[in-house]
Design a protein around this ligand. Structure first.
Ligand code: LLP
Length: 432
């Protein structure tokens, strides 16, 4: 097998990550220089890539009344949130913890929307007191509890009902959310009744309708189908005398991990807005909740090769990042491209790239052809979304550091976690 030249190496993430003089760069900085300064595993993000991804949505919505609420579960590091908040975004949150983080960014509370199937009373109170813009409510039971909590505070909670439109997002079953069998949303044929119920509860104020059909969606058709189903409901709800201010179409747009070809955000919205116009809803305020498509290909994780372990059946390349840093392969058998920061000439070997965690599930990539020596630095690509935010301390491994790059400047936005950080909440045995 011939060694691919650096320009052949597939590097999802496009213009902001590229090889220059045999060396992987993020914007104008050398990734290996960042790794030498900050150690590994290290997440490196391109702020320009984040803003370029956002700009595609903004182009799509030009001239419309639209609020892009970044789904912060994808990557909730403060500086990442501030990148989007400072660019005008709202935030989609799913917990009291995310609300607290969101408020630290200085976001206007009315630009915060609260999704999720199991909000507690305490979280509802916290969000009402903060004055968030909308609760996306997922069940009749939640409507009643929110009504009670709001009434006790003397407030009216702004609500949308999350509709389960029963469309197939054609994605991984763990991240598909809009089918009847999923735990999410209110079934399409129960929605009208739920709105009638909500409209007569004194602690609630109906403001919108919401759906989210899944994640890593790479086709337009599920979105177009969902929009038709939602607009049918909007017509029926308004015909029954309940006005809706906004429609929230959720998130879910996929990214290129391995030659995936999702529609560009502006192309997707051109098609969706054409349908909205054709059905007479062109003037309506729109909300969306994108996560992955804003950050996924704006980040990579740098890891150092610890050792090579050639074997009879498999060759293992052991690196210092693991499933606790990059859980997607273990959880979803997800593919992330893995490339050397400074590719070597010569014959490649086919490796399974694995971490040091004591589980066979701790792999980052299978059957990857690379010419690598111990100590070489590798980049796990497309690691901006659902990596750091899903990382853990399994095996008492500290969470990685994070660097955000803009042009030729870099900021350490998260310091590497120490063992002391991890032990701070624990106590020595005192029961004897
Ligand atoms: N809105 C709601 C209500 C959601 O549940 C999600 C994601 C989003 C928006 C953002 O979706 P996105 O635009 O990022 O696709 N950990 C999985 C993905 C889980 C997605 C959960 N919900 C992964 O690593 O693939």
């Amino acid at each position: 097998m011939a060694q691919p030249s650096p320009s052949d190496l597939r590097l999802p993430g496009h213009p902001h990550f590229a090889y220059r003089n045999g060396e992987l760069m993020v914007e104008d900085l050398s990734v290996s220089a960042l790794a030498r300064t900050h150690g590994t595993p290290l997440f490196v993000y391109s702020q320009s890539a984040m803003l370029a991804a956002l700009a595609a949505y903004q182009r799509g919505f030009a001239g419309r009344q639209a609020l892009i609420c970044y789904a912060m579960k994808a990557n909730s590091s403060l500086a990442v949130l501030q990148t989007f908040v400072n660019a005008g975004c709202g935030l989609d949150i799913v917990s009291g913890g995310e609300l607290a983080r969101a408020l630290r960014t200085g976001v206007a509370p009315e630009k915060v929307i609260f999704s999720g199937v199991g909000k507690t009373r305490a979280e509802m109170r916290q969000a009402l007191e903060a004055g968030i813009g909308c609760f996306n409510v997922e069940s009749l039971a939640e409507l009643d509890v929110l009504n009670e909590v709001a009434a006790a505070l003397g407030r009216r909670a702004p609500v949308s009902l999350r509709v389960n439109p029963d469309v197939d997002a054609k994605t991984h079953p763990y991240i598909s959310t809009g089918l009847k069998g999923n735990k999410f949303g209110i079934a399409h044929d129960a929605v009208l009744q739920a709105y009638r119920h909500a409209a007569q509860l004194p602690g609630l104020r109906v403001v919108g309708i919401d759906c989210h059909i899944g994640s890593q969606i790479t086709e337009m058709s599920p979105y177009l189908d969902a929009m038709d189903r939602i607009l049918d409901l909007v017509d029926a709800i308004e015909a029954s005398g309940i006005a809706l201010e906004h429609i929230d179409f959720g998130g879910g747009l996929g990214i290129d991990y391995q030659g995936d070809t999702p529609p560009a955000a502006d192309a997707l919205w051109q098609a969706l807005l054409a349908k909205l116009d054709a059905r007479g809803h062109g003037q309506r305020k729109l909300l969306i909740e994108p996560g992955r498509s804003l950050v996924g290909n704006a980040g990579l994780c740098v890891t150092e090769t610890v050792c090579l372990k050639p074997g009879e059946q498999k060759n293992f390349l052991v690196v210092d990042a693991a499933m606790n840093d990059l859980p997607r392969p273990a959880m979803y058998e997800a593919y992330h491209a893995i490339v050397p920061l400074q590719p070597r000439a010569g014959e490649p070997t086919v490796w399974d790239v694995v971490g040091p965690v004591c589980e066979s599930g701790d792999w980052l990539g299978r059957d990857r052809a690379m010419n690598v020596q111990p100590g070489d630095l590798l980049a796990v690509c497309s690691a901006g979304a659902y990596c750091m935010s899903m990382s853990s301390n399994y095996n008492t491994r500290g969470r990685a550091a994070e660097v955000l790059v803009r042009g030729d400047r870099a900021q350490l936005i998260r310091t590497r976690e120490t063992v002391d950080d991890q032990l701070r909440l624990e106590s020595q045995l005192s029961l004897g």
